[in-house]
Ligand binder design. Structure first.
Ligand SMILES: [Mg+2]
Length: 159
């Protein structure tokens, strides 16, 4: 299996998506009710400018929408770039010179995120990386004596 290549004709293949928390801004003292108190991670602002010169850039955040204006203000303060909050629930991609703040995973050529692992078409490798990222040991081997190995999950009563 190969990963679908980028389509130069598709606007969804052109933008760059950058995560906000712990990718652009350092929050070394925890969540603090969502207050954006951190400073830029070294190199973040220069890199953001470099990417914004060649591609449309959107900033991804899992934060609730009430925090998005503050994210936009922080970005404007440290980058000097015009920044807008995504108000379009149907938006699928971003093409623009200013920074878009969104909580949607829009189409992009690449995503930069402190929590991501790269999927290359190999689920064995991806599962190994994912288990490591969440603090689990490698997938245990199922045997005749241990047929349930690796199958248990922690939330059996949830849908
Ligand atoms: Mg993050």
């Amino acid at each position: 299996m190969t990963v679908v290549p980028l389509d130069p004709a598709s606007p969804a293949s052109h933008a760059v998506g950058i995560d906000f928390d712990q990718t652009l801004v350092a929050h070394d003292h925890g969540w603090q009710d969502g207050r954006i108190y951190g400073r830029p991670i070294p190199g973040a602002i220069e890199s953001l400018h470099a990417l914004n010169r060649v591609r449309s850039v959107f900033i991804m955040t899992a934060r609730p929408r009430r925090f998005h204006p503050a994210v936009a203000r922080w970005l404007n303060r440290y980058t000097g770039l015009e920044t807008i909050v995504d108000e379009d629930p149907e938006r699928a991609y971003w093409q623009g010179d200013c920074l878009l703040v969104t909580n949607k995973k829009l189409g992009a050529a690449v995503y930069i995120d402190d929590r991501a692992i790269r999927f290359t078409g190999d689920w064995v490798a991806a599962l190994t990386d994912a288990r490591r990222a969440i603090g689990l040991p490698p997938v245990p081997h199922r045997t005749a004596r241990n047929p349930e190995a690796g199958l248990a999950h922690r939330f059996p009563d949830r849908c």
